[in-house]
Design a binder for this molecule. Structure first.
Ligand SMILES: [Zn+2]
Length: 471
């Protein structure tokens, strides 16, 4: 068994759910001390370990390696585990390590952590001075990377080990921000109206960043387009659209009251045909309309503002990349629409590869909220790691990847990485993100390839060996 795999199995015994990283933090801290390496910890459960340059590498610039120590803890129905106390039970089937679908595995980012630890303890390797950064709470709020004291770092080149495809080198990541817009609604009673529930279903959903340009549609937007298409007065009783702001909505329903239902039923098939033509991959897209008995509605006067607000929101992929063909630079996922306590909530999650684009979309939604008389709250912001045309660590790594893969890809990712915080704090920091093949993160199906891990490890050692940048 390779050392790096052994190290992964070792840390898999240690519980390390986000916000409960004390045990893994202590393990890594003791690991540094035990190996006589310069080791620091802070109040945010981050650890920094310094390993001196190997002989002959003293004059080269130091390099930082970074991974997050926490993991997402998910379990399948009926699995008995206490994530605060128990390690993860894993299985090896040939090349694949998994939990047989029981719990998440922690390959994200246990593979990064064990890769770095293995490098730290091997004194036969050739490399410049290494600064190993282990951060906490990536999976929840990035609070480790956010609060890490960058003044401790000498390195101006950083390799983040949190990617999951072996022949890809990431060169930028998206930042994000969330806006919750709300409108107080007034109840009215009406006996003249007939209640109907309209449900849009059969969409595919997915990650609100990485999957936003895959033609999957958004059931919230389709629902409100249908309401607009009907072109009849209606009163709203309830809305449940989407389930999580970071997922593309797959199902949305609204309960409305109308005086005359003819248009509702007539226009359904017509509209469905039009939308299916726009989204050829949505084979199961469906609109269901059912009679529903309703006690109250909300005042009709607000409908126009609600329709305007939702239909004028920038939605899905909003800005395409000017540097990378068919990549998205900025997007907005209209992730959740619902009514709670007589208040309508619309939650938008923006992602953007440049913080200036994030502000641009944020300001649009704020202004639109004001015009349509919604209150709003802006929250959950995190930084992008913007693309830089020049990168020494990227060039070097790409050269080595080219020797190992037929077609290595160098690309941006439309999702958040901790690199954003390091890039924001250290302006001249040169960053890449890489990692071995692993799948189904954040789910009980999480797994990785041993072959890929070993190959990745070997390639990374070669990068370190050739990393002879001037100080
Ligand atoms: Zn991760």
């Amino acid at each position: 068994m390779s050392k790096v795999l052994e190290q992964f199995f070792e840390i898999t015994k240690i519980p390390r759910q986000s916000y409960n990283e004390e045990k893994i933090r202590d393990y890594i801290y003791e690991f540094g001390k035990k190996h006589n390496l310069e080791t620091y910890k802070d109040n945010y459960k981050n650890v920094l370990i310094r390993k001196k340059a190997s002989k002959g590498y003293e004059s080269y610039a130091p390099i930082a390696l970074q991974a997050h120590i926490d993991m997402v803890c998910e379990k399948a129905l009926g699995v008995d585990i206490n994530f605060k106390e128990d390690g993860i039970k894993y299985f090896v089937d040939g090349d694949i390590v998994s939990t047989h679908g029981r719990t998440s595995l922690g390959a994200d980012d246990g593979l990064g952590v064990s890769t770095i630890l293995t490098i730290l303890e091997d004194h036969s390797l050739k490399h410049p001075e290494i600064e190993a950064i282990f951060t906490s709470c990536e999976e929840e709020d990035f609070s480790g990377a956010k609060n890490f004291n960058q003044d401790l770092l000498k390195a101006r080149h950083l390799i983040n080990l949190d990617h999951c495809i072996e022949d890809e080198i990431l060169l930028s990541s998206a930042g994000g921000i969330t806006i919750t817009s709300t409108k107080k609604l007034n109840r009215i009673e009406s006996n003249e109206l007939k209640g109907f529930e309209i449900t849009i279903s059969g969409l595919i959903g997915g990650h609100s960043g990485e999957d936003i340009n895959k033609g999957r549609g958004n059931s919230n937007i389709i629902l409100f387009r249908f309401l607009k298409y009907l072109n009849i007065p209606f009163y709203i009783n309830n809305i449940i659209g989407g389930s999580f702001r970071l997922s593309i909505p797959r199902e949305s329903s609204i309960v409305i009251g109308v005086k005359n239902e003819d248009s509702l039923l007539e226009k359904k098939d017509e509209f469905l045909r039009l939308v299916k033509r726009e989204f050829p991959s949505l084979k199961n897209l469906n609109i269901n309309i059912e009679r529903k008995s309703v006690d109250y509605y909300y005042d009709n006067e607000f409908n126009q503002e609600i329709l305007d607000f939702i239909l004028l929101l920038p939605a899905d992929a909003v800005i395409l990349s000017n540097s990378f063909q068919s990549m998205v630079d900025a997007s907005n996922n209209v992730g959740e629409i619902y009514i709670d306590g007589d208040t309508l909530f619309v939650i938008c999650d923006i992602r953007a590869n440049y913080d200036s684009q994030r502000s641009f979309l944020r300001d649009k939604i704020i202004r639109l909220s004001e015009i349509c008389e919604f209150d709003y709250k802006v929250w959950g912001s995190y930084y992008s790691w913007p693309y830089k045309s020049e990168s020494m660590i990227r060039e070097l790594t790409l050269d080595i990847y080219k020797e190992n893969y037929d077609n290595p890809k160098v690309k941006p990712i439309h999702a958040g990485l901790e690199c954003g915080y390091f890039a924001a704090k250290i302006k001249d920091l040169d960053i890449i993100s890489i990692g071995p093949n692993s799948w189904d993160f954040h789910s009980p199906d999480e797994a990785f390839s041993i072959k890929s891990l070993n190959k990745f490890y070997k390639i990374l050692l070669e990068v370190l060996e050739k990393c002879k940048f001037k100080k």
